[in-house]
Design a protein around this ligand. Structure first.
Ligand code: ADP
Ligand code: MG
Length: 277
């Protein structure tokens, strides 16, 4: 009993990982015959379809692997709601050249001002541009680091974190860290320094980071690494959900882009303004 060529073809193309070839070859053949398209062009079209599909599948896998809690983009982000945020800078950053330059991003501001939304949008954009992205909250990351350490697989976990071209650490500052937690988190930032981009969101101005990390020395060393090549995104304003407060008067504040080593921005708790010192 002979196996039909279709069955064999399906098997071989599957083996070769060319699912789109299998899915499209018949329909496209009929189309090409009708249009009088020759064999090389038929195969070319088929190969192009496979490539397009493969790109789409790879991007989807990257987005899946990033473990975003939600998929959000700048298309649904209203920049007019947050005038302190430099739209030009953010849109430039969405092109993700900062990732190739291994620069960091710190998004600072009150709760509900769109930090996570913007971080997710940057992460999505990075996935679409071919970068490996990881998204995790600071609390989860510390928890997973402690767990990995207890299970004697810390180095493997750290290597895994090191593979991300962009690591997004959300909500630093909501929970104070234990000394071990702080040290483990410090190691992550330290190991990524000049090797990969890290995006941190926090509701706390820099001078309050010591309260999270416990130690002034550790906080200083951490900020030194994190802010060496950094873009600071300011989310000064009221919660996006509190729409009635949107019209509140705000002063001037071009988003500061910092690059000087060890320069730490000042945060005025009254106005929420962040300024270089
Ligand atoms: P944060 O992380 O600063 O606490 P979020 O990013 O979680 O704030 O924002 C809270 C909610 O409001 C989210 O659903 C987010 O999508 C939405 N949101 C915040 N800012 C904006 C904005 N400028 N445009 C559109 N949606 C926004
Ligand atoms: Mg958030």
């Amino acid at each position: 009993m002979s196996v039909s060529p279709q069955v064999l073809l399906q098997h071989h193309l599957k083996q070769l990982r060319l699912p789109t070839f299998y899915k499209e070859y018949d329909k496209l053949a009929k189309q090409c015959a009708a249009e009088g398209v020759d064999h090389p062009r038929y195969l070319l079209r088929l190969a192009e379809l496979e490539l397009l599909d493969r790109e789409r599948r790879t991007t989807e896998r990257r987005i899946h692997n990033a473990r975003f809690p939600a998929v959000k983009s700048f298309e649904t982000f209203d920049f007019t709601a947050i005038p302190s945020l430099n739209k030009m800078l953010v849109m430039e950053m969405a092109r993700c050249e900062f990732i190739s330059r291994r620069e960091n991003v710190i998004a600072l501001g009150n709760s509900g001002t769109g930090k996570t939304h913007a971080a997710l949008a940057l992460g999505l954009s990075a996935c679409q541009r071919g970068h490996a992205v990881g998204f995790i909250t600071a609390a989860q990351l510390v928890h997973q680091l402690m767990e990995a350490r207890d299970e004697k697989r810390l180095i493997r976990f750290q290597t895994q974190l090191g593979n991300y071209k962009l690591l997004i650490v959300d909500e630093l500052g909501y929970v104070p860290l234990s000394l071990t937690g702080a040290e483990l988190l410090f190691d992550v930032f330290s190991q990524r320094y000049e090797r990969g981009s890290t995006l941190v969101t926090s509701n706390l101005p820099f001078e309050e980071w010591t309260s999270v990390f416990g130690s002034e020395r550790l906080t200083g060393a951490l900020l030194d690494r994190l802010t060496h090549h950094v873009h600071i995104l300011e989310f000064n304003g009221d919660s996006y959900r509190l729409k009635q407060s949107k019209a509140r008067k705000r002063g001037k504040q071009p988003a500061s882009e910092q690059s000087a080593s060890g320069q730490i921005a000042n945060h005025d708790p009254e106005t929420g303004e962040i300024s270089d010192t």
